[in-house]
Design a protein around this ligand. Structure first.
Ligand code: MN
Length: 340
């Protein structure tokens, strides 16, 4: 039996044109994962043609403060890029074709497909996959599988830490069964004398431009009862699309959910609705020993994790966010709630 790493290395040897991709609107874990893998393959297999490609709904590159961002490419037509430029496609931090932004799945015929992920939702088909739902982040997985036993430098350590920080809200959400992660974090910061607060302040701040979005989100807050739990619901309306791009809006969502909605006593679940160019997205969070938001997301055709999940609806002129929020409030009453 081959281990995942052996089979992975065989695949990389066999195929020449490799595309690494991940979900649209990349977060820190997604960027860390694609970069860690890119750097690994370029170091070990120098004569491969590798690209990191993300789908974006607008043309401009996303201005994210992240190391080596110049290695990350964005396209509005990912179907075409994948079809014509790859024989091996590696999906990271996502296990569904849809989340990558692929419209026509037939473009994947005859391609070799690999997935490395930590999401709990049912995966699409892959020829080779490594999915560990207990991992904090995809960056942790890639470091563990590929980099741990290699001679890695400070840049690799920083990118890994940023990926883990992104998905754990700076080491807050680490499961007891994954407490070994603290050893990895300790090893990385010790080896290169890395200052976590410096990383946080350099890379994880927010633009003041987002303040009006937070004001609107707070204005729209409503707390309702769901069985014996309280759920905080808010949204940003479609009007903001005139002045903000998808990346800025998803940043505002992160700021709202990490600083506000998650931090009130007696509020267990948070649902936040916001628009993107193509979709209306609902981001769901919940506290331990309260309803699994994965079940709620699944009910609406989405996925994710028990404590952090989401779903999205294509944008149309017939249905506003306000109406979707109203429908959600009615519909959520009818979903069997799983407390975990
Ligand atoms: Mn992730």
């Amino acid at each position: 039996m081959y281990s995942f790493k052996d089979q992975f290395n065989l695949d990389i040897q066999k195929y020449k044109n490799i595309i690494i991709t991940s979900h649209i609107n990349p977060d820190f874990d997604s960027l860390a994962s694609t970069l860690l893998l890119y750097l690994f393959i370029s170091k070990k297999f120098p004569n491969k043609k590798i690209q990191i490609i993300y789908k974006t709904s607008n043309n401009g590159n996303i201005k994210v403060k992240f190391p080596l961002s110049k290695l990350v490419n964005y396209t509005t037509d990912i179907d075409n890029v994948l079809l014509n430029n790859s024989d091996l496609i590696i999906f990271l931090d996502s296990n569904s074709y849809k989340q990558i932004g692929i419209n026509d799945c037939s473009i994947l015929n005859d391609k070799r497909l690999i997935c490395i992920d930590h999401h709990a939702s049912d995966p699409d088909y892959f020829d080779l996959q490594y999915i560990d739902i207990n991992a904090s982040s995809c960056a942790e997985l890639i470091f563990d599988i590929l980099w741990k036993d290699e001679d890695y430098n400070e840049e690799i350590a920083i990118i890994t830490l940023l990926g883990i920080m992104g998905d754990t809200n700076v080491f807050e959400f680490i499961k007891p069964q994954n407490s070994k992660l603290f050893h990895l974090i300790g090893d990385l910061i010790n080896k290169f004398n890395i200052d976590i607060s410096h990383l946080k302040k350099t890379y994880m701040g927010f633009e003041t431009k987002l303040i009006p979005l937070i004001q609107e989100a707070l204005n729209n807050v409503e707390i309702i009862k769901l069985h014996r739990f309280s759920i905080i619901i808010s949204y940003l309306s479609e009007v903001i699309l005139e002045n903000y791009n998808d990346y800025e809006i998803s940043e505002a969502k992160s700021l709202y959910s990490t600083v506000f909605s998650q931090n009130f006593y007696g509020v267990e679940v948070s649902a936040f609705f916001y628009p993107s160019q193509d979709f209306i997205i609902c981001s769901l969070r919940s506290k331990p020993k309260s309803p699994s938001v994965l079940e709620i997301a699944k009910h609406f055709g989405g996925g994710g994790h028990i404590r952090a999940a989401g779903f999205r609806i294509p944008r149309s002129n017939d249905l506003t966010i306000k109406q979707i929020v109203r429908n959600f409030r009615t519909e959520i009453e009818n979903i069997p709630i799983i407390i975990i």
